[in-house]
Write a protein of this length. Structure first.
Ligand code: NAP
Length: 279
């Protein structure tokens, strides 16, 4: 039998997955760079995850993204887990290696920082504390990335306080847990403020937090990107803050996977944003 070249396949495993923007993004990059390959959304129920992931390489898949609710359970299935994915407790990017091993990484934190560096080039993480609202899966990646970027203190609030306490015990004493009702007050003197909750997203309740303690010049960002300009960002901008929307994080977190699977480092630029927004 001849060993013929196979068209590389990648995709995203989620449940549900129809809302994912990743197929539009990767499809755009494949066309832009004239590459052979396909990126496919796959709705996989939690009970089928292990079997699906073990079967995909046999079908020609070179890797996949994983999204809700598979980001945490995938760590038990992967053969190799990067240190940062282990620390965060979740993975979003899998590489199916030629030796049959499944390699799991988390690129959310990298995407979060790259988005801020691109759209707020004067942002200086060590300049002051960061206020982080929310303590879910995305918050863990954000907290890890902010600490790595040199933020001196992270004030963390979450509706369910024990979830925030768990982050403190995993990430150390630079994380200071505040009550959810302190979410506004804890923004005082912060250089960076991040909403990692799903509040403000289309179909979810708004994020209602007093913003009087915010100073002009503070970097404020929201992980929610539907809508692109959340009420939280609009109010922060009205107070003279530098604001960055969450779409760039989605684009940047996707780039390392695309490069590994399809052999081309993709550009994350205005054309990429527009391609995803218009899809
Ligand atoms: P998750 O693990 O389900 O966490 C959800 C967070 O939102 C928790 O902190 C939760 O608090 C909080 N929350 C939900 N409903 C609330 C309410 N009514 N009042 C107060 N807090 C509430 O989800 P995730 O994966 O961290 O994602 C969070 C958001 O980030 C989502 O909107 C997601 O789309 C977005 N995201 C964006 C990117 C990007 O690339 N831009 C990447 C990842 C995630 P409790 O713990 O109290 O429930």
């Amino acid at each position: 039998m001849t060993d013929h070249p196979r068209i590389p396949l990648a995709g995203v495993l989620g449940h549900p997955v129809a809302h994912s923007r990743s197929p539009a993004l990767h499809g755009y990059w494949l066309r832009r760079y004239g590459l052979q390959g396909f990126y496919i959304p796959m709705d996989v129920a939690p009970l089928d995850l292990a079997e699906a992931v073990r079967t995909l390489p046999k079908l020609g898949f070179v890797g996949v993204n994983v999204t809700i609710p598979h980001k945490e359970p995938i760590l038990q299935i992967a053969d190799i887990v990067t240190d940062r994915a282990a620390l965060i407790g979740a993975a979003n990017t899998l590489i199916f290696r030629k030796d049959g091993k499944i390699h799991a990484d988390n690129t959310d934190g990298m995407g979060f920082i790259a988005n801020l560096r691109q759209h707020a080039p004067n942002w200086h993480p060590p300049a002051g504390p960061a206020a982080v609202l929310g303590a879910g899966g995305a918050a863990r990646a954000v907290v890890a990335a902010l600490l790595e970027a040199g933020v001196p203190e992270i004030r963390l609030s979450n509706r369910t306080r024990p979830r925030a306490e768990a982050l403190r015990s995993d990430f150390g004493a630079k994380v200071v847990v505040q009550d959810w009702v302190q979410s506004g007050a804890m923004m005082e003197d912060c250089a960076t403020v991040v909403n990692t909750t799903s509040l403000g997203m289309v179909g979810k309740p708004p994020l209602q937090v007093p913003m009087d303690a915010l100073s002009a010049g503070t970097l404020v960002t929201d992980l929610v990107y539907t809508p692109l300009q959340t009420q939280f960002l609009i109010e922060a901008a009205a107070r003279g803050c530098v604001t960055v929307d969450g779409l760039g994080m989605l684009l940047h977190q996707a780039a390392p996977g695309f490069e590994r699977w399809f052999g081309q480092r993709p550009d994350v630029d205005e054309a990429t944003r527009q391609a995803v927004l218009s899809a």
